[in-house]
Design a protein. Structure first.
Length: 131
């Protein structure tokens, strides 16, 4: 060993792998105690680099059909400026069809245009309300 050799630590591990450009996170279905859910709120702590997308969706029929939730940009809150992590609020309004929305399932579709960057989720919180 020369005096100019780099120090290598025993816990260093380099790996190379490929991953898909798209993927979904799907939460298990949950049942709400009221039969007249009007709004479903979703808060995500997310990091979304340029060229990536995060699209939250809801299902009220066990995952057979999905509807996109709407971003609420006025509620955006920065959590960590260094990593661009934000808390983003999404909303779905069931409109006049508020009956029989007792079983709710959440899916978040993640995608990237390049395998070099990917979107990340840290926390997911859901609330169903009648007003």
């Amino acid at each position: 060993v020369s005096n100019n050799s780099p120090i290598v630590n025993n816990d260093l591990c380099l790996r190379a792998w490929r991953y898909a450009l798209t993927g979904d996170y799907e939460a298990r279905e949950f049942i709400v105690e009221t039969a007249d859910v009007r709004y479903v709120d979703l808060w995500l702590d997310e990091i979304k680099p340029s060229g990536t997308t995060i699209v939250p969706k809801l299902s009220f029929d066990g995952g057979v059909t999905w509807v996109d939730m709407v971003d609420q940009p006025a509620d955006l809150r920065t959590l960590d400026a260094a990593t661009n992590e934000v808390e983003r609020h999404y909303l779905y309004d069931t409109g006049s069809d508020a009956t029989l929305k007792t079983a709710i399932k959440v899916r978040v579709a993640l995608s990237t245009a390049s395998a070099v960057v990917s979107p990340r989720l840290r926390k997911l919180r859901v609330a169903a309300r009648t007003i």
